[in-house]
Structure formats: C-alpha cells, structure tokens
Design a protein around this ligand. Structure first.
Ligand code: DON
Length: 327
C-alpha cells in the first residue's frame, strides 16, 4: 500500500490501535487445514483497515499481508451475477434464506432444489455456474477484473492454494454434481467448480478488503478511484444477503451483536460494509469452529460498538462521531 496516501486522523487511529491491541489477546482458534496449503499461514498475522466513503484509509497491523480471499469472494461474485442476469433470474437458482448450517453443508431447499443462499458453498457454486454460463472460459478474468477495480489495484492469484484446493475439493465437486442433478447448474460441472476454486484463490490484503467493502458501501462506486464498479441494485441485494447469511451459522448472533453486512473466508479475511459510510477489512488466519476469523470477529464487533455502526443502533452515537472523520 502507498503509505503517503494513508490519512491520519488521531481519534479513529487510536480507536483502531486499541481494537488491535485487544484483538491480539485472542489466541484461540486454528488455521484452516482442510485445504493443506492454507495451514502454512502465519497464525500471528493480524491487520485491520477501515476505508471511508470519502476515499480515506485508516489501518493498523499486518494490512499488507496477502492471503486468499476464499469465501469473501462469494459476496462479490453474487453481486456480479445479479448485475449480469438480474435478481429474478438469480433468485430462481439460489435463495436468500439463512441456512443455519455450516458453509459446506450438503443441503438444498426441498421444494425447489435451490441452495438456501449464495454465501454457502452450494449457493456460491451456483453463482459460479451463472457466471460460467454467461462468460464461458472468460468468467474468471471477468471476476478478477471487477474484484481488482473494487480494490483499486490489480489483484494477484495464489496458484499453490488453487492447486491444493483443486486436489482436495471433493465435497464441492459432490455438491456441484447434486446441483446439476437438480437442474440448478448446467452440465459443465468441472469448469464451474474450477471457476469457484479459482475465485477463492484470488489474493487480497486487509486494505484491499476494506476498499472493496467501501465500494459496496458507496453504491458500487470505488471512492478511491471514483469508478463505478458494481450495479446499484445488485449492491443492495448483496448487502442484504451479507447481513442475513454472511457469517454462516453465526449470522444470527452477528446481526444481533454487530449489525454490519459482512462476509468471512477460511483464508482469515472478513469484509464489513457500513452502508454509505465505510468498508472494514480484517485479516487473521486463526478461525473459530464455524470458519470465521477469531480476531476478525472480535475486531469488527469492537469497532461496531466503539463507533456505533450497528444498523439498528437508535442512538447511533458512533455514526455522529464518525461523521467528523468523513467530512
Ligand atoms: O469451498 C471452500 O472450501 C473454500 N474454497 C471456501 C470456503 C470458505 O472460505 C468458507 N469460509 N468460511
């Protein structure tokens, strides 16, 4: 990251420092190892970044460390699928109902065969199917291009993590075949799963996630580059599904305690979106049993409390405080 571009607002920075110091005390959780390459992450890495709708970024810790985006990609891929074929067509193939089950659960809506939502693997593979149907072999480049524009820089790709997942991702292949059997995705199962594995292996930093979140928060326009990256209606739908389903079977607690649309990934990243205000990106690879970053959950929970970011916080003292940073 270009350090000169990092603005310093003492108050927000001292809140971030305090949240970072508290987050460091969390030493529980474990690295994801079901994709062998993910187990090589440095467990102590921890970074928090906040990017405002005014184009400033505030950050602390390991915000330049790259890691694979994993399931955080599901939110942005969903946004692009809605943009490309429209919400009704997407809704025919994937619902918007929290499943209350693990991200890799093998379950579908019994009435329609649809996956419950686009934030669990079955739903995300369906979204990959939609994008593959539309763009064929160019689908990954399309995703990479848009993700990069949302981050404001050309993102990289982790070939080793991709290969590691491609070699071990049998459960996702099984899910994809069941989706094909249910008439939800087209026959190109191998190419669709490959697209899903590839999108999960895009490399980001906590600062990238903050900027990508800020792009969603700013009605799809990247506030650092002023470029329209995502469709407005799709941004609304994406934030709604992130709020209800983004933290898997922790989503109910998350809405209750934190109240910020968010999406986590087993690479250790979390993106949070405070509509019209800011994006939050965190990185710490030790995960809880539900697959969410322990320090990331702690950090965003604390930031929400300290800055009053909860969507239904009636007093919203923090938003008023935050206003002084945004003007
Ligand atoms: O489908 C998988 O196993 C991964 N590539 C992504 C899963 C993931 O990040 C779930 N997140 N908590």
């Amino acid at each position: 990251m270009n350090v000169e571009k990092v603005s310093r607002a003492d108050e927000l920075n001292s809140i971030l420092d305090a949240v970072y110091r508290i987050g460091l005390r969390y030493r529980d959780g474990a690295l994801a190892d079901y994709i062998p390459e993910l187990a090589k992450a440095e467990p102590e890495h921890f970074g928090i970044a906040v990017a405002t709708a005014q184009g400033r970024i505030y950050a602390v810790g390991d915000i330049e460390v790259e890691f694979t985006i994993q399931s955080v990609s599901k939110a942005f891929a969903y946004c692009l699928a809605v943009e490309q074929i429209g919400r009704e067509q997407v809704l025919r193939r994937v619902g918007v109902e929290p499943s209350g089950d693990a991200f890799n659960a093998i379950e579908f809506d019994p009435g329609t065969n649809r996956p419950y939502n686009p934030m669990v693997n079955a739903g995300a593979i369906t979204v990959a199917g939609i994008l593959h149907e539309r763009f064929g072999a160019d689908a990954f480049d399309f995703l990479m291009e848009r993700f990069s524009r949302a981050a404001g820089r050309r993102l990289g790709f982790d070939e080793k993590v991709y290969r590691s997942e491609a070699q071990t991702g049998h459960r996702n292949r099984a899910i994809a075949h069941l989706l094909l059997a249910g008439g939800i995705i087209p026959a190109a199962v191998d190419a669709i799963v490959d697209l899903y594995f590839r999108q999960c292996s895009i490399l980001v930093t906590a600062a990238d996630l903050a900027r990508m979140g800020a792009t969603l928060a700013s009605m799809g326009e990247n506030p650092m580059t002023d470029e329209q990256v995502f469709d407005l209606q799709a941004v609304r739908d994406t934030q709604a599904v992130m709020l209800s389903c983004g933290m898997y079977d922790y989503s109910g607690n998350w809405i209750f305690d934190v109240g910020i649309p968010a999406k986590s990934g087993v690479g250790g990243g979390i993106v949070g979106v405070v509509n019209r205000q800011l994006g939050i990106g965190t990185y710490s690879p030790r995960l809880d049993r539900k697959g969410n970053s322990v320090r990331g959950v702690a950090a965003i929970t604390l930031l929400s409390e300290e800055l009053g970011l909860h969507a239904f916080d009636c007093t919203n003292v923090g938003s008023a405080l935050l206003g002084s940073f945004l003007s």
